[in-house]
Design a protein around this ligand. Structure first.
Ligand code: ADP
Ligand code: ZN
Ligand code: ZN
Length: 669
């Protein structure tokens, strides 16, 4: 036994122990009480025994009495001062309550791993600032000035803004200008960006412009870097925090503005464990700090547009690109008249034209791998995953069939397993096959493929981007990783392949997402002073979506979609929650949800509709069967009251241990 422990043990005889309430990262909805004979701040971390283990807990309150007797004692106080301020604690309480998620897990997801594991909260290596800042080289346009002034007017109040401007219209300049002003007032700025939108370019732009320290928070950092960034934000040393969704929980004592760039992007929603929307939470963060919020995008989500209609957000518009840059021409290629499966004759001709002009071209296809179908031309057989309800995708460089849902891989058959003929073929295109096909059309042109397979290694994405930014003529082939705000100044042509899947989808959000994607991808073309051109290949050229895309009238299209949602009472005109259950035995998950549905229906709150259970779109994934139960109401409070009551009575349902389930509030798919 070490000396410290002896001291503590003997102290116990003299001081009357008091009680603290803590949050512990376990999937339980309650908090826990411990004895603590030392002074400890609310918001500090302590090490406590929990079952057989020792865990890091956060102190929530001091108590005189507990409902439990035989309390265990705190083992160690990890922070002398509070790690989490009252503001952050309130924010985390709010989040846990709204998403009905265990408080301890919410706290855990808000802390970097090193702090979760009890390591000391000291900065290892201070991020230094590069001294070579340069001021803005041009005057803001009138629209930019108006937007900047509107936001600066409410620096001491909560006020939400939608900054809507096409890609290249100068939104980032607006962020930079407001940030500069706020930094002079010693305020901090938090900027959230999509998962793959956090490019070195964006970080560099802030570093070049602002005098303050800029820290980035994203998954590519190592744990020490993550901890340092977190602590520099917390001490106020960092003026700007640029991060992906979990950065919404970064403690910033002088927070003066929250920006969510590309607010429509799906990656702001966490899709596992604690399922939250960082975009939605940004409202609460800004409200608690009483500061402005900017949601920026060219293609606002329907939720955000409804908030504008309801006057919860003020819309600021940047209607054109500054200077010379003009919007690209968008044309359609009717694939019903084309024999080629992927690269139509007009598409290849346009690519040639732009390449001969020493420009870069980009082809966008939303599927990685070589080909999505491996099938027999003699019978109906087609390669499918044995563990999932999905086709296997052929990857040629490793000669494997891969399942993109569970990751399983196998060597392709050489004869058909069903009719034993040697008549197996691939059908359709992924990025890899497209790249191969392009090599035969353009043998002398550099082809850069960007998808999850080519960017898996650290820094691979940055290396690709560097190559593109050199401006040399090349063909860029990629998935939606390319749709995010990258500024390729010598890119003048964008070809979009295979959009028809989105037009045929059953998901009520599919057309909204497709319209956003098409506008975003088109926005890559012609960013400086070259006019861009966009070609979209489709077998449905008469679909109404294309009229709006061609004329860049996203807002008009969005209003027609919004009207449809109103007529059908779908979100954002109603609120949903999803209870998803899965099990290896198909019946168990469905049975569990049937019991849940019975329980929910007994709760006497009308206006909450319950649908299901229904099998998930892909019913079987990695040998587990997935079922969904939907709750929907036009009244958000009613919906949440039903969920709360459901949790209270949950123990009346006997859940088989083989059934895993979760609740998703405001699900997006
Ligand atoms: P967005 O964030 O909307 O895509 P950016 O802020 O990146 O747009 O601006 C696009 C390009 O236009 C950048 O190269 C930027 O430096 C330039 N730019 C922005 N505002 C102006 C302006 N007022 N005058 C001239 N150029 C501008
Ligand atoms: Zn066959
Ligand atoms: Zn699979």
């Amino acid at each position: 036994m070490n000396i410290d422990k002896i001291v503590i043990l003997s102290l116990k005889h003299f001081t009357l122990s008091s009680i603290i309430e803590v949050a512990i990262p376990v999937p339980l909805h309650n908090t826990f009480d411990y004895l603590c004979d030392q002074k400890v701040s609310i918001g500090a971390r302590v090490k406590v025994p929990f079952g057989q283990k020792k865990v890091t807990a956060i102190v929530l309150s001091h108590k005189k009495k507990s409902d439990f007797d035989k309390l265990r004692s705190v083992e160690e106080i990890l922070d002398q001062k509070a790690l989490l301020s009252k503001e952050i604690l309130d924010f985390l309480f709010w989040s846990a309550k709204y998403y009905h998620h265990p408080l301890g897990e919410v706290f855990a997801s808000a802390l970097p791993k090193n702090l979760r594991q009890g390591k000391s909260a000291v900065i290892k290596k201070t991020i230094t600032h590069n001294n070579t800042t340069s001021p803005c080289a041009f005057d803001a346009t009138n629209e930019q000035k108006k937007a900047i002034q509107a936001v600066l007017k409410s620096v001491n109040n909560f006020h939400g803004f939608l900054l809507q401007g096409v890609t290249g219209s100068g939104k980032t300049e607006v962020y930079l200008s407001i940030t500069e002003t706020l930094l002079k007032k010693r305020r901090q700025v938090l900027i959230l960006v999509p998962e793959i939108g956090l490019t070195p370019q964006m970080i560099a732009r802030f570093e070049e412009r602002v005098e303050a320290k800029v820290v980035a928070v994203h998954s590519q950092l190592n744990e020490t870097q993550k901890l340092d960034a977190y602590l520099m934000a917390k001490t106020g040393e960092a003026g700007v925090v640029l991060g992906t969704r979990s950065a919404i929980f970064t403690p910033m004592p002088n927070l003066g503005l929250v920006i969510v760039d590309e607010e429509h992007d799906g990656s702001f929603k966490q899709q596992s464990s604690f399922r939250y929307s960082a975009r939605d939470l940004s409202f609460i963060r800004a409200k608690l700090a009483n500061i402005p919020l900017i949601l920026g995008t060219a293609t606002p989500s329907l939720e955000t547009l409804k908030n504008v209609v309801d006057k919860k957000l003020t819309q600021l518009v940047l209607s054109s690109r500054p200077g010379q840059a003009i919007m690209p021409d968008v044309n359609l290629i009717d694939m019903r008249n084309q024999t080629a499966e992927a690269l139509s004759v007009p598409l290849v001709a346009k690519m040639k034209h732009h390449l001969e002009d020493n420009k870069q071209v980009m082809l966008f296809i939303n599927r990685r791998g070589y080909a999505p179908v491996f099938y027999c031309t003699d019978c109906d057989w087609k390669a499918e995953c044995v563990r999932c309800d999905s086709a296997l995708i052929y990857h040629s460089h490793i000669n494997r069939l891969k399942c993109h849902h569970c990751g399983i891989e196998k060597i392709p058959e050489s004869t058909c397993p069903s009719c034993h003929q040697q008549s197996l073929k691939v059908l359709g295109y992924g990025t890899q096959r497209l790249e191969e096909n392009l090599e035969s059309f353009f043998p002398d042109v550099t082809i850069i493929r960007i998808d999850r397979d080519t960017t898996r290694r650290k820094k691979a994405f940055a290396t690709h981007l560097e190559k593109i930014n050199s401006g040399e003529p090349c063909i860029i082939v990629g998935t939606q990783m390319l749709a995010k705000g990258h500024d390729f100044s010598n890119l003048t042509f964008v070809g979009i392949l295979d959009v028809d899947v989105g037009l045929l989808s059953m998901d009520f959000r599919a057309t909204e997402h497709l319209a956003q994607l098409l506008i975003q991808v088109s926005g890559r073309a012609g960013r400086s002073d070259h006019k861009g051109e966009v070609s979209i290949q489709t077998r449905y050229p008469n679909h109404p979506i294309f009229n709006f895309i061609r004329s860049s009238h996203y807002s008009q299209y969005a209003s027609t979609l919004l009207k449809e949602r109103e007529d059908t009472q779908l979100p954002p005109y109603s609120h949903q929650a999803l209870i998803c259950a899965n099990s290896k035995n198909k019946n168990n998950a469905e049975k569990f949800l049937n019991k849940v549905a019975d329980l929910l229906k007994k709760i006497d709150i009308d206006s909450v509709e319950i649908w299901g259970p229904v099998p998930a779109v892909i019913e079987k994934k990695a040998n587990y069967y997935y079922f969904n139960l939907y709750l929907q109401s036009i009244n958000r409070n009613h919906l949440h009251r039903v969920i709360k009551t459901f949790y209270k009575h949950l123990e009346t349902i006997n859940v088989k241990t083989s059934v895993r389930w979760f609740l998703d509030v405001d699900p997006i798919d």
